[in-house]
Write a protein that binds this ligand. Structure first.
Ligand code: PGA
Length: 241
């Protein structure tokens, strides 16, 4: 595990953008694992900038997002499909048919989870996974628990996550209580992982993930045993290390 500390979130975004760029230059049809939330937005802005400047070509890139809320249609203003379109896909030359976000509105969520697992595997697995981290240490939407879940699964969100994500919705009651998420096995199978964290609110989770015991009560701690993971932090997120 490597830890890099930058002055602010813009610098984290630039560094992460360069890592994404190097992956695409090395393998133009690479598979990116993408995350939602506020943290990766500066990274996506860097990716958009490099695409607009003609430095980076997404035409062969494929992507799999980590998660989606159960019950929100892709068109819903708070869905992660909509977020990805608005924050990234609509602004780069990626083929939307090559972008994947789990389905949150199917009739059989378990079947959808299995199909998503199979699609990731059929594509050859994730080359570069971008991760955020929850205040409670979740990665994807894999919340703290008694065991490390493995493949794509349906999770119940913790109160802490619902509180944190209320800012994207009109009111707390509107935040879905469940989500479909890639599991820890899927994430750990990625060839390379970059975890991005910015702001004081993430400092405790970051310290526990990096220095604490490996435990499902702190899902991000599992990354300690991944062979190719870099934590890209701003000074605030690194302040309890
Ligand atoms: P955030 O979310 O980037 O909006 O803080 C991160 C996460 O929940 O994984």
């Amino acid at each position: 595990m490597q830890v890099f500390v930058y002055k602010n979130e813009a610098e984290v975004g630039k560094a992460a953008g360069m890592i994404v760029a190097s992956e695409i230059l090395k393998k133009p049809d690479c598979i990116l694992g993408l995350a939602t939330g506020s943290t990766p937005i500066p990274t996506y802005q860097e990716m958009i900038r490099m695409n607009k400047e003609g430095i980076l070509d997404f035409s062969k890139v494929r992507s799999f997002n980590l998660d989606e809320y159960i019950g929100l249609s892709p068109e819903h203003v708070c869905s992660y499909r909509r977020f990805m379109n608005e924050q990234l896909f609509d602004h780069i030359n990626i083929d939307k048919a090559n972008t994947h976000v789990p389905c949150g509105i199917g009739a059989d969520h378990e079947a959808d989870a299995k199909a998503y697992d199979a699609a990731v595997e059929a594509a050859g697995g994730i080359d570069l996974q971008i991760l955020g981290i929850g205040h409670d240490g979740h990665i994807g939407f894999n919340e703290p628990g008694d065991e490390f879940v493995s493949g794509t699964n349906i999770v119940t969100l913790t109160d802490m996550t619902i509180d944190a994500n209320t800012r994207f919705f009109e009111k707390r009651e509107d935040v879905p209580r469940q989500a479909i998420t890639l599991g820890n096995r899927n994430i750990m199978a990625a060839k390379r992982i970059i975890l991005l964290a910015t702001g004081k609110g993430k400092a405790r989770a970051i310290a526990q993930a990096i220095k604490g015991n490996i435990t499902p009560k702190m899902p991000a701690s599992l990354l300690q045993v991944h062979p190719n993971v870099q934590f890209l932090l701003d000074e605030d997120a690194a302040s309890e290390l």
